[in-house]
Write a protein that binds this ligand. Structure first.
Ligand SMILES: Nc1ncnc2c1ncn2[C@@H]1O[C@H](COP(=O)(O)OP(=O)(O)OP(=O)(O)O)[C@@H](O)[C@H]1O
Length: 226
C-alpha cells in the first residue's frame, strides 16, 4: 500500500505539486492533462525528485527520506514514461539483470507478453515502442514490486497492447500489488482502476471510485475538461 500526504515538489524553486494526497491500495488512476504534474508526482514518489514537503509511506513505512534505490529495494518500482530500455542489452538480459526472487520470472513475463518472447534475443534499441513498453513493464515485474508506478503506460500503444497491459494490472491487483497508473484520459489501462484522482495544475480537483466512473464516464470527462 502507498500513502502520499500533502506532497509538494517542483523544479528550480518553482512548485508543481501543491499538496497532493492519495492512497493506493488496489489500482489507482492518476489522470490529468499534459503538464498537470503526473510525471512529477511519479518521480517524487519514486525518489527521483526531492520533495519540498509531505510524506510517502510504503506499507506504513516512511520512505520520503530514502534514496530511490532503497525505495526500489522495498518494492516501490517505477516504469517511466518513455520506457528507458538499454539499447545494447537483449530482452533476456534486461529481465535477467532486474530479476529478484519471487513469483515473477522471465518465463511468466513471456507468457503475459508473447510478443516479447519472440524477441528475447533482440537488443532493446531494435524493439518497437510497444515492445519497449512491454519490456519496461516486464523488467519492473521481475523485480517483484509491492507498489508499481506506471507513468502513461498506454501512450502510443495499439489497442491490443493497451489491453494486455490492463490485463497484467488486473493480475497484479489479484496478487495484492498496489498499482498507480497515470494517463491523460480515462483510457484502457485507467479503466481497470478502483480509484481515480484527477490532477489539475498540481492539485487534486476530483476523485471517483472506479464504479462511479464506469457508470458515469462523463463525470471523469467533465473533471478533465475543467
Ligand atoms: N525537468 C523539469 N524542469 C523544469 N520544469 C519541469 C521539468 N519537468 C516538468 N516540468 C514542468 O512541470 C510541470 C508538470 O510536468 P509533468 O511532466 O509532471 O506533467 P505531466 O502531467 O506528466 O504531463 P505529460 O503528460 O506531458 O508528461 C509542467 O509545467 C512542466 O513544464
Amino acid at each position: 500500500m502507498l500513502t502520499v500526504s500533502d506532497l509538494r515538489a517542483g523544479y528550480h524553486g518553482g512548485e508543481v505539486l501543491r499538496g497532493v494526497s492519495l492512497t493506493v491500495t488496489g489500482v489507482h488512476a492518476l489522470l490529468g492533462h499534459n503538464g498537470a504534474g503526473k510525471t512529477t508526482f511519479a518521480h517524487a514518489v519514486a525518489g527521483l525528485l526531492p520533495l519540498t514537503s509531505g510524506s510517502i509511506d510504503v506499507d506504513e513505512r516512511p520512505v520520503e527520506r530514502l534514496a530511490a534505490h532503497r525505495r526500489a529495494r522495498l518494492g516501490l518500482r517505477l516504469v517511466p514514461q518513455g520506457r528507458r530500455c538499454f539499447a545494447s542489452l537483449s530482452v533476456a538480459e534486461h529481465l535477467s539483470l532486474a530479476r529478484r526472487p519471487g513469483p515473477w520470472t522471465a518465463e511468466r513475463v513471456y507468457e503475459v507478453f508473447p510478443g516479447l518472447a519472440a524477441r528475447r534475443s533482440h537488443p532493446g534499441g531494435k524493439l518497437s515502442g510497444g515492445e519497449q513498453q512491454m519490456l519496461a513493464l516486464g523488467r519492473a515485474l521481475v523485480g517483484q514490486p509491492r507498489v508499481l508506478l506506471l507513468d502513461e503506460p498506454a501512450e502510443g500503444l495499439v489497442p491490443a497492447l493497451a489491453t494486455a497491459i490492463a490485463d497484467v494490472v488486473g493480475v497484479l491487483r489479484g496478487e495484492g500489488v498496489a498499482v498507480l497508473v497515470t494517463a491523460p484520459a480515462w483510457d484502457t489501462v485507467a479503466r481497470v482502476a478502483d480509484e481515480i484522482t484527477v490532477l489539475t495544475t498540481g492539485r487534486v480537483t476530483a476523485e471517483f471510485t472506479g464504479e462511479e466512473a464506469r457508470a458515469k464516464p462523463e463525470l471523469v470527462a467533465d473533471a478533465l475538461r475543467l
